[in-house]
Design a protein. Structure first.
Length: 148
């Protein structure tokens, strides 16, 4: 399936599940990353991940996408009807720090794609609205496909 069709399907799911619970959105995004070429059977879609912090085992990131050389990016999911909140961004940044990942995705009313500069502890982000045929959405699909 080409990137335009995949993006428009993502927009359809967004509209159909606008008020859905996060668990439903989680399942959708696991399937979306399967459409991007990642396979949960081979551990490329790590969801949810349990991480040892101090003396406790704790589950944190919603989805970690893995490649042959380790973690590629972290995906944090919220309900689609929730507007962006700085707390969501701070949560993502803390996971990027903890896991030493430089790319993150936050999904709520829009998709926020982040690049994290560890040396400056600074995030750069791009906002991608859920709109059919959105060139930024199509580019997001291309960028996130396995092997890109």
């Amino acid at each position: 399936m080409d990137s335009v069709k995949i993006w428009n399907r993502i927009v359809e799911h967004y509209k159909a599940n606008y008020s859905a619970k996060e668990e439903i959105i989680q399942k959708d995004w696991e399937q979306i990353f399967s459409a991007f070429g990642y396979n949960s059977f081979f551990g490329e879609i790590d969801s949810p991940r349990s991480i040892h912090i101090g003396s406790h085992q704790r589950t944190i990131p919603d989805i970690i996408i893995r490649g042959d050389d380790g973690d590629l990016f972290d995906v944090e999911l919220k309900q689609y009807n929730l507007p962006f909140a700085i707390e969501f961004e701070n949560q993502l940044k803390s996971y990027l720090d903890l896991l030493h990942i430089s790319v993150g995705v936050l999904v709520c009313q829009k998709i926020y794609l982040y690049v994290y500069d560890f040396s400056k502890s600074k995030l750069k982000k791009i906002e991608i609205p859920f709109v059919e045929d959105n060139p930024d959405g199509i580019a997001f699909v291309e960028l996130m496909k396995k092997g890109n």
